[in-house]
Design a protein around this ligand. Structure first.
Ligand code: NAP
Length: 432
């Protein structure tokens, strides 16, 4: 029999226990496909006494993840702890330094330290795999790194956070307020008790930065992602977008503009004719546009025990087969930093929503500020009284420079007519 691939698992929560279940259930088939068995040689987590719903008695236990890197009978360390730094990063560095391959589901760590880890892995001829870090069970990393590697990718974008997409689609279906839907999502386990990373766009930005690096061959630049989340979206925005033929989705969007890297996570108005408008609930979807392949769309479950474990074990099968290859689509040593594009120069239509005092002259004040900033209004969608007696005023601009839209809002910032900061969303178009 060919020697098994011996793995050590650090972290035995949702993903870690899922990996053990999958290997136990599909082990014989995996052995056939990988050409050799994958065996668990060691495990580690914080609390040895915790009931994890699986029998761990067959697996040697280590109290500290770092100890896994010292075991001679471990070929590959699998990190399912989480966090950009701390224990997970220490484990990644130690594993690679000890000559062990490394598999992770940790988007935060790859987004912040992916370049360093990739260079170390490639220099040591070791595998570093992270399929589960972006869009859970969807094989999008493999799709871009391998399947689409002959293409110049023009832009990559998508719905990268299931929690936000679930909240937006529930608001759309029932017309409920953001806070109420968030509470429901927390009650059924679709949102964390501290939902900030998901609803403020940070989780999507981690994934977007990784997709950009894969797609464009430029150094990973998480700090260059402009981030805005969905906290300020009202049910009325969703209704008004619908009246225009759009649905609101939190999108990660990346492209190279005149040699500069543009990366943004923002709620967008997506035309109903676009496939992303029909991605509902906790589903994720990634679109990549290649210069020869055309539009590719990857869709599926972005999280959960089964889908995430499926992606982790697929990485292990690759390693067992001996596929090393580059970490991103381009060797890390050749991925140069890229200048960041100025988003203000982008031209497109924007949706702007104001909450204003219910008195004459307010609309004239707003339209004058827009005219002075060279922004013309395509449609004033609707005005609607809020329960507090204010008026909700939504409009869509003609194609305008984003910096001019912001300039018009800055001019209004001290106006006594505005009762809340305006909300701006972009309309997805082919130019985005
Ligand atoms: N859950 C998903 O659907 C999903 C999807 C895609 C990617 N991911 C990523 O997968 C990773 C794991 O997520 P998860 O949902 O499985 O997390 P989780 O359920 O919270 O499990 C985390 C595990 O890490 C262990 N751990 C935490 N700190 C540790 C430390 N200092 N030393 C040793 N062990 C430690 C915990 O030990 P104890 O159990 O003893 O406390 C627990 O077993 C994260 O990077 C996450 O972003 C998750």
């Amino acid at each position: 029999m060919t020697a098994p691939l011996r793995i050590a698992l650090a972290g035995l929560g949702t993903v870690g226990t899922g990996v053990i279940r999958l290997i136990e259930e599909n082990g014989a088939m995996i052995e056939q496909r990988a050409g050799r068995p994958i065996v668990v040689s060691a495990v580690s987590a914080r609390d040895r006494t915790r009931d994890r719903g699986i029998d761990l008695s067959a697996y040697p236990w280590f109290d500290t993840p770092a100890a896994l890197t010292e075991q001679a009978d471990v070929d590959c360390v699998v990190e399912m702890i989480g966090g950009a730094d701390g224990t997970a990063l220490e484990l990644a560095r130690k594993s690679l330094a000890a000559g062990k391959s490394f598999v992770t589901a940790n988007k935060a760590m790859i987004a912040h330290h992916g370049m360093e880890l990739a260079k170390t892995a490639e220099a040591g001829n070791l595998s570093l795999r992270y399929e589960a870090a972006v869009a859970g069970g969807i094989p999008v990393i493999k799709g871009l790194r391998d399947g689409a590697s002959a293409n110049r990718i023009e832009r990559v974008y998508g719905i990268l956070n299931g929690t936000s997409n679930y909240i937006l689609t529930e608001m759309e279906k029932h017309g409920h307020a953001f806070d109420d839907v968030l509470k429901e999502a927390q009650a059924i386990g679709y949102a964390e008790a501290d939902p900030g990373f998901d609803i403020d766009g940070v989780d999507a930005a981690h994934k977007l930065a990784i997709l950009s690096a894969l797609s464009f061959g430029k150094a990973l630049d998480f700090e260059g992602v402009e981030i805005d989340g969905i906290r300020n979206i009202m049910a009325a925005d969703i209704g008004q977008a619908k009246a225009l033929g759009y649905r609101i989705r939190l999108l990660g969007m990346a492209r190279i503009d005149d040699g500069k890297l543009f990366q943004r996570v923002n709620p967008y108005l997506v035309p109903e004719s676009h496939p992303l408008a029909h991605i509902d609930g906790a589903t994720n979807a990634v679109v990549a546009e290649g210069n020869f392949s055309g539009r590719l769309m990857f869709q599926g479950a972005g999280a959960g025990e089964g889908p995430t474990a499926s992606a982790v074990v697929a990485d292990l099968i690759d390693i067992a087969r001996g596929d090393a290859g580059t970490v991103f689509a381009t060797p890390a040593s050749q991925m140069e930093p890229c200048e960041r594009a100025e988003s203000g120069n982008r031209v497109g239509k924007s949706y702007v929503r104001f909450i204003v005092a219910d008195r004459p002259g307010v609309l004239a004040e707003i339209t004058a500020a827009m005219r002075d900033a060279d922004v013309s209004i395509e449609s004033l969608i609707q005005t609607e009284k809020t329960s507090e007696g204010s008026v909700l005023l939504s409009m869509v601009t003609h194609d305008s420079r984003e910096c001019n839209v912001l300039k018009s809002l800055a001019a209004l910032s001290s106006s006594a007519s505005l009762q809340a900061a305006p909300v701006v969303m972009h309309l997805l178009s082919d130019q985005d």
